[in-house]
Design a protein around this ligand. Sequence first.
Ligand code: C2E
Ligand code: MG
Ligand code: MG
Ligand code: MG
Length: 272
Amino acid sequence: RYAKLNRQGVAVYRPEFDLPSSERMLIEQELRDAIQKRKLVLQYQPLWDIHQQKLWGVECLVRLQNRQGRFISPEEFINLAEETGLIRRLDQRVIELAMEELRDLDFVCSVNLSPSTIRDSEFFAWMRDFALRLGERASRLQIEVTEGTLMQERDVVVSRLEEMRRWGIKVALDDFGVGYSSMSYLKHLPLDVLKLDRSFTTYLGESETDNRLMDSLIQLGHGLGFKVIAEGVETSEQVQWLRTHRCDLIQGYHISRPLSHRDLRQWMGALK
Ligand code: C2E
Ligand code: MG
Ligand code: MG
Ligand code: MG
């Protein structure tokens, strides 16, 4: 019962499998409700260009608010959404909402897609219509996929990603380096951006091994023609290190925590 694939496509034990079934049902009901009544909430976390010192884009992170008003983290409900087949509608809703709320802003909106969403042909048809309606603005949309996305039906997935890139959408590989046989994936995936998992950032500047590893990862990404984002940047020392070592973009609490739509605009206003 624990042999469940996570977003990386790796079988893991996840604490939510221990949720009493009554609680699972409650979250499922709230999720269903939120999708139907358009009550999902997004938070936006800046993707910061460390060389030009400007905002390059934001990652759109979904939040679910329960009846008591508490925010439930996606770690708690994404798996449930996958198991119950709600994930496609959730991922679609996130794309719609992000492009609606940030309509007037001229930067990249990066959304996470579950492996099952990418393989879903209804999603693909919906995405084509949506991209068509976006027109030029499609180049402002980026999707984030993980290595687990290629665990099944690799050829289908690769050709869909290629097609989406033809519509102008950008493709990023999320949490790179902690999944399965990472190097062979890179060869097959049509990508624009490589997001290095935050575990590589943690000891930057403190551990020579971690420094060398990060340096190699940045060069690997650049060698393959991708933009490179370091995730989980929490200190100014890490920023400095990454700037010196030519990483393109950073994301993390040091730049900003994920922000509400309103707080993002305020944060942007303070930049000027
Ligand atoms: P992710 O795509 O790797 O998102 C980054 C996560 O790292 C976010 O957690 C973010 O709040 C957190 N984070 C950002 N900066 C830092 C930092 O400096 N330090 C630390 N310790 N953490 C940082 P969040 O929002 O809880 O999202 C968790 C995961 O849920 C995401 O990981 C993504 O896999 C999934 N997810 C979120 N929104 C969606 C969605 O709309 N659809 C799907 N399918 N998955 C989603
Ligand atoms: Mg992500
Ligand atoms: Mg990530
Ligand atoms: Mg992650």
